[in-house]
Design a protein around this ligand. Sequence first.
Ligand SMILES: [Zn+2]
Length: 282
Amino acid sequence: MPTHITIGDLDILCVSDGILKSSIDFVLGLEREDTMRISGAEPDGALRIPVNNFVFRRDEARMLIDAGAGDTMQPTLGRLPANLREAGVDPAAITHIIITHLHPDHANGLVDGEGKAVYPNAEILVHETEHAFWMRENDGSEPDSVLRMRARNRINLAPYLSRIKTMRDGESFLGCAPVLAPGHSPGHACWMIETGAEALVAWGDLVHFSTIQIEHPTVAVKYDLDPDQARESRLSMLDRIARERLAVAGAHVSAPGIGHVDRHGESFRFAPLGARSASNTT
Ligand SMILES: [Zn+2]
């Protein structure tokens, strides 16, 4: 059910792409028994996580954060276009898509089964490091998972090639600025979004398993291309977010995924912001 949350002067429509079934087998750095107890996993170790997306207006622009999985991963995913329509937003009305990183559950939904743009009028905003990594030629040293995702990203971006805006740290566009937080992918970025009163951080997969990694931020996941670097990014961003009292929008935090983070010693806690149901369009 799409919902709205207000942060500062920003009305954010929270829209789900669906539920991603994962497993505690992907957790790195925590005993299985502890993982089972903390994570809320099912008895067989299955861990179902939400895939959250966000839409907001900025002047004449209508911006979407990440594009979901499309029909490429699991039947419980790929609901974003239908859920947008249900909330009164035609995918053709989206003018910009901020991509936190080019992983399948964030980028494969850019195109339909025939490789056509799902968002025919949208420009893509992505960190230049992320774009360069996935668009470059294979160097022979990279794992198969990278080669597969690189091939797929050529399909994802093909209909958008003339409208990709790569950005670097320190640059801002319509009040949206990327902050490189690498490790999960080489150019994974958290996006700072001005809201007037307080900034909102769309943190992508800074935290992949939110029931584990917010309270235990040193825990990494096998999805991280560089788990050590991902851990460092997570610790420093969580520290900044808690210190500066920034609001966060998390791709895989319990839906709708918006709230604040408080520090408790070496640990953090997520405090969700209340949502109201979508009665008007954003
Ligand atoms: Zn993800």
